[in-house]
Design a protein around this ligand. Structure first.
Ligand code: GRF
Length: 205
């Protein structure tokens, strides 16, 4: 069985969709563990409800990033995962972690990469008066938000959008593309890194 380890820091709505798509059989994989760096992450409850083992590794208990990342790497590695899924994991991972799991570490970023790497993506898209915005599932490499894009989800930007309404729309497309991208990796589907496949959000009624 293809094994996932999912890293979270918060709400875990993407985790929830991945769990659901595994349950329906749309993803042929199992989640070996959900790991959170925050003890109060709601995503831990979602995992427990689905009978998935959880681990809390509180980064505030470590002297520095390297020490935390070394422990994290050991725990992740102990599950021998085929894929490590960052789903709202709000920490930058050190190069040594990223290199240890290279080609099996993915993230979802709330923009149409290569546009808007880093933070405040919705605000920046609005300021630039973009007509389209979205999210990208990509491999993680040491350079921030710069790894090969696997799949993108596109949403329209509407005239009255605020950061909140736009973020909500982007979340909807994230919930569609993350499970899909994971299944593509399970299937070892050939990717088109130069021109990633785009999924468009169906118009809301
Ligand atoms: C998502 O917006 C994702 O783009 C970003 O973190 C957020 C996670 O949300 N990397 P959730 O915890 O899955 O609800």
């Amino acid at each position: 069985m293809f094994k996932l380890v999912v890293l979270i820091s918060g709400n875990g709505s993407n985790l929830q969709k991945i769990i659901e798509q595994i349950e329906t059989g749309a993803i042929n994989a199992e989640i070996s563990a959900v790991i959170s760096n925050r003890p109060d992450a709601y995503g831990l409850k979602r995992a427990q409800q689905a009978n998935i083992p959880t681990v809390v590794l509180d980064h505030t208990q470590f002297a520095d990033r390297e020490a935390f990342d070394q422990s994290l790497a050991q725990i992740v590695d102990s599950y021998n995962p085929n894929l490590v899924v960052l789903a709202g994991f709000m920490r930058i991972l050190s190069d040594s972690f990223v290199e240890q799991f290279s080609n099996r570490l993915i993230n979802i970023h709330p923009s149409l990469l290569p546009r808007y790497k880093g933070l405040h993506t919705h605000k920046r898209a609005l300021e630039d008066k973009q007509q389209e915005h979205g999210a990208s599932v990509h491999f993680v490499i040491p350079e921030l938000d710069a790894g090969t894009v696997i799949l993108q989800g596109v949403v329209p930007v509407k005239v009255n959008d605020t950061e909140e309404t736009l973020a909500e729309r982007v979340h909807k497309i994230e919930h569609i593309i993350y499970p899909k991208a994971i299944q593509w990796l399970v299937e070892e589907r050939e990717l088109s890194p130069e021109k990633p496949v785009k999924v468009f959000l169906e118009e809301e009624s």
